[in-house]
Design a protein around this ligand. Structure first.
Ligand SMILES: *Cc1c(COP(=O)(O)O)cnc(C)c1O
Length: 485
């Protein structure tokens, strides 16, 4: 007897029985007459999310109910992460949705801090929901007309803030600062050696590029990916405040091989230092080098009339990386690569696939952004940013948006600072991950995760002691607010 057939029939029978008790995903739209099931299911998902948001903003709730990987793999309390071979009822999916949030990190929690992104902006969240419902692709105007125009408008705003001509500059949203930095090297090399696109790197001389010893590791990674090689990424020394030393840069530029690119960081990832952009621009001009500014983290300062002086000289850059998903609190992901000269992105990446980028379209085909990118399909990252820009007065020089972003991102930290200082012992079992950034003296310090965690491990450490260890002067300028601890 064929047992496999038997078990198959049994399974089929069980599904048949279950189907008469529960609703399944096949009972949702676009199946005919299933609008009611669909609406009910979605309303319940929304309810789960709203409960989660309520909890997220409740400072007495846990940031994370931590479990080890083996616990998640084994399954917890009816939450089974394995996927089965038979369909499960919608009821089960709702439980799974709830549990997914339950065992995750509440990144919008007042006690969650992270050096890269933190907070949950409600307008941004609404933007993500809408984006998911629209479920479209940024490669051509015809498939994403509204989003393409939004991206164009916001890129132009960003050019204007940098101080570039809106008509001459070009850019595209990318899947993160690492990819934006990759674009900068790709375009810089193409500008100098356009034949690299067709002939590859074999015919090129040995290229070298420069970046500070405290710059983000994605600069090296890009060099590895592009076949430049990490040995050809020359690290330049920084001063005691973490800024690249221009004289050191000049000495290294003159040391040999073929220099083509300098990365200056506006807001280094760990120390928050701003490299001297104008002096670096002078050197780039003198030696005809491409100047990139990695402002993934610090780009948001361009929104501040008071603090944008740190970015002076950025207008002389050939390219800029700017992550609105960092300081500006836009939900992940949102990053842009901005290039001062129009046409380079297209020249470098264009493959003219005919099934997508037909040349006889009835509109201006510069709106087909797909051939400017190294991707084919591209996620819509612009809508949440556009919606937040609309919701908060984000006009050039206005501090209001900035302040609201900072309130969102950092004021909980201030509150916690006082709470911890006066009464609370940090203990790892409480699952409070402290992982944040603040100004130390006059230098912005992004505190290293490991520093806090190792301090937490001994279970007795007060945050003030941690701060004291890092900054014995006990003067902490935290995100534009002076504190004396
Ligand atoms: C975070 C960061 C990056 C990388 O950005 P991702 O979006 O995480 O890829 C690059 N440069 C700097 C200075 C950063 O702080």
């Amino acid at each position: 007897m064929d047992l496999s057939y038997c078990s198959y029939t049994l399974e089929f029978f069980l599904i048949f029985v279950a189907k008469n008790l529960f609703n399944f995903s096949i009972d949702l739209l676009p199946t005919k007459n299933d609008e009611e099931n669909t609406m009910q299911f979605l309303m319940e998902v929304v309810e789960i999310i709203l409960n989660y948001i309520r909890k997220t903003f409740d400072r007495t709730s846990k940031v994370l109910d931590f479990h080890y990987p083996h616990q998640l793999l084994e399954g917890l309390d009816g939450f089974n992460l394995k996927v089965s071979d038979h369909p499960e009822p919608l009821e089960q999916l709702l439980v799974d949705c709830r549990d997914t949030l339950k065992y995750g990190v509440k990144t919008g929690h007042p006690r969650f801090f992270n050096q890269l992104s933190t907070g949950l902006d409600i307008i941004g969240l609404a933007g993500e929901w809408l984006t998911a419902a629209a479920n479209t692709n940024m490669f051509t105007y015809e498939i994403a007309p509204v989003f393409i125009i939004m991206e164009d408008i916001l890129l132009k705003k960003m050019f204007e803030m940098i101080g570039w001509s809106q008509a001459e500059a070009d850019g595209v949203f990318s899947p993160g600062g690492t990819i934006s930095n990759l674009y900068s090297q790709l375009v810089a090399r193409y500008k100098r050696f356009p034949e690299v696109k067709t002939q590859g790197a074999a015919n090129l001389p040995r290229l070298v590029l420069f970046t500070s010893e405290l710059s983000h590791y994605s600069i090296k990674k890009a060099a590895a990916v592009l076949g430049i090689g990490t040995d050809n990424v020359i690290l330049v020394k920084c001063d005691e405040r973490g800024k690249l030393i221009p004289a050191e840069l000049e000495a290294k530029i003159c040391a040999g091989f073929v220099p083509f690119y300098v990365n200056a960081t506006a807001g280094t990832t760990v120390y928050g230092a701003f490299d001297p952009l104008s002096e670096i621009a002078d050197l780039c001009e003198k030696y005809s080098l491409w100047m990139h500014v990695d402002a993934a983290w610090g780009g948001g300062l361009l929104m501040s009339r008071k603090h944008c002086y740190k970015m002076k000289g950025i207008e002389r850059a050939n390219s800029v990386t700017w992550n609105p998903h960092k300081i500006m609190g836009i939900p992940l992901q949102c990053s842009a690569i901005l290039i001062q000269e129009k046409g380079l992105l297209q020249g470098c990446n264009k493959m003219s696939a005919e099934y997508l980028f037909q040349t006889d379209k009835q509109y201006n085909m510069s709106y087909d952004t797909g051939d400017k990118t190294i991707q084919c399909g591209r996620h819509v990252d612009v809508f949440k940013f556009w919606l937040m820009w609309k919701a908060k007065p984000l006009c050039l020089g206005s501090l209001e948006f900035f302040q609201s972003a900072f309130t969102l991102l950092f004021s909980p930290f201030l509150q916690n600072l006082f709470t911890f200082q006066h009464s609370e012992t940090l203990h790892p079992r409480e699952g409070r991950f402290i992982n944040t950034s603040y100004f130390c003296g006059y230098c912005l310090v992004n505190t290293l995760n490991f520093y806090f965690l190792s301090a937490l491990r001994d279970g007795t450490c007060y945050l003030t002691k941690v701060l004291h260890d890092i900054n014995p002067t006990r003067k902490v300028l935290y995100k534009f607010t002076s504190l004396s601890l």
